[in-house]
Ligand binder design. Structure first.
Ligand code: ZN
Length: 321
């Protein structure tokens, strides 16, 4: 048995682990990113995380795969930009780490990595054409067509969260307006519902302190039958469904996989999305697409990064185009 190290790095934490050929995780190491200290400190911490996991390996390690929360050129391993990691502009992450570790290193976007994990070991194993959409605090996506991960000309393909669904709609964190994420992203759900509670206190009753009201709070209320919370759930799931109609019409996938923290709270939204697609998508696209819940949990990113690195070392055939 040989191993690949998978790493998931975001604005708050670095997680690294050994991943075997079946996608099983072992020797997980986690630490804070300390992103505000800048790229050189983060690089040191990343290197230390990988070394810790290397020391735990029971056998030879073939490569390292890194899912990075930013815009990445997956063919060169250069990080162009990372919204949650200050100072990361044009950092040659692959070259830096290969020099330090003496192992092949492959870098891709963290959401692309999570999508690849679904294809390799999760809900999308029987599909060559699939789209994965993760609805958490933000909304991200990954697209696999013809069995190949699609990264686009600049590495940002699949940003379905920033697909506008309402002309001149709510302000989004990306600087745009009316984006899908500005309605169904965790931050946007909290913002909209908190405002509604302020505007219509009688319709809500006592729902606890406003500032700690999150998408999770909304899900709890909804599942306890709170009428106003249920109205919001219906409205938000409809927005998600409309967004997915656009995705399905443009990409004509065989599978649409939905995951992420918000959807863990609202698993019933999958049914709404499927029904909205049947109602509004082009018949040719609606007929063929199947909607499924993501099969992997929170380690999807590092599992996918490892699987992708393993594939690169083996064949070199499935480089993104
Ligand atoms: Zn946006």
């Amino acid at each position: 048995m040989d191993w690949v190290i998978g790493v998931d790095i975001g604005g708050t934490k670095i997680e690294a682990a050994l991943v075997d050929e079946q996608g099983a995780v072992q020797g997980l190491h986690r630490q804070a990113t300390q992103a505000d200290l800048g790229p050189s400190v983060v690089l040191d911490r990343l290197r230390a995380s990988i070394q810790t996991v290397l020391d735990r390996a029971p056998g030879p390690v073939r490569a390292v795969g890194i899912g990075f929360a930013g815009q990445v050129d997956a063919s060169t391993g250069v990080v162009y930009y990372a919204p949650n990691l200050p100072g990361w502009r044009d950092v040659p992450l692959k070259a830096e780490l290969e020099g330090a570790l003496g192992l092949p290193v492959f870098v891709l976007n963290d959401v692309h990595a999570a999508a690849w994990a679904e294809r390799a070991y999760g809900a999308g194993q029987d599909w060559d054409d699939l789209v994965c959409v993760f609805v958490g605090t933000g909304v991200g996506g990954g697209v696999i067509l013809g069995g190949r991960l699609q990264t686009g000309a600049g590495g940002s393909l699949g940003e379905v969260g920033h697909m506008p669904i309402v002309a001149d709609g709510r302000a989004c964190r990306c600087g745009g307006r009316g984006c899908l994420e500005a309605y169904v992203g965790g931050w946007a759900i909290a913002e909209q519902v908190q405002q509604d509670i302020r505007d219509h206190p009688a319709a809500w009753g006592d729902v606890g302190p406003l500032e700690t009201f999150t998408a999770e709070t909304l899900a709890d209320l909804c599942h306890r039958g709170h009428p106003r919370a249920r109205e919001w759930s219906a409205r938000l799931s409809r927005y998600l469904g409309i967004g997915m109609v656009g995705v399905v019409n443009v990409l004509n996938p065989r599978g649409l996989i939905l995951g992420g923290g918000v959807l863990q709270g609202f698993p019933e939204w999958l049914t709404v999305v499927a029904a909205t697609i049947r109602e509004l998508a082009l018949p040719s696209a609606a007929r063929i697409v199947e909607v499924r819940q993501a099969g992997l949990g929170r380690h999807g990113g590092l599992i996918g990064a490892a699987a992708w690195a393993r594939l690169q070392t083996r064949s070199g055939l499935s480089r993104p185009t």
